[in-house]
Design a protein around this ligand. Sequence first.
Ligand code: MP5
Length: 208
Amino acid sequence: MSITCEQLIQRHEQSWQQAIIHPFLKECQSGKIKPQQFNTWLIQDYLFVVEFTRFQAKVLANAPVEHFDLILAGLGAIKDELNWFQQKAAERELNLNTPKQQTCQAYCQYLEQLSNMSYPIQAMALWAIELAYNQAWQQPGEMVAPYHEFAQRWGNPDFTEYVKLLEKQADEVLADTDQEMDQHIASAFIKIANLEKDFWQMAYQGNS
Ligand code: MP5
């Protein structure tokens, strides 16, 4: 019996909820979040996305040709996203040339580890990382300005559709895995959920 993306969420519901529900997001929704907290997130997330771009390029290198279209679309969109982050940072007069905090560093290191794992784990990870933001930014409900724009970026219907297609691709390759591999996949899913939770917490502490 092989595993599916949906089963991963069902079996690890608590870890997943902690990845997508955090006071940081709730306070973006209400407008209560402090600039220091939000700016910490913005800088550190830019640094994360730079490494996530490299990760996606490595996933492309391992993917079957039928999966190229979607991964290349993701890579195209991430180019625009990096430019957008730079623009948002400039508007706030933030320096993106900042060291990674430990939590960001730990997540980026895990992306590097994932780069050396098999394609089914990578396809699942790509889906889980994108789903985390897709759900996290929608979860609290309509956000006030200026946070609305951020919530829209990951919560919009096109992004939701992209994440569904990533799930479909991941499920295709998860269908052929054995029990031992399924355990590795479940551990990677839990690890990603924990790193997402830690990332919100790092931003909430606002030490950048
Ligand atoms: C994403 C992100 C989503 N930006 N940051 C974290 C910590 N997790 C997931 O990735 P992308 O490339 O912004 O859609």
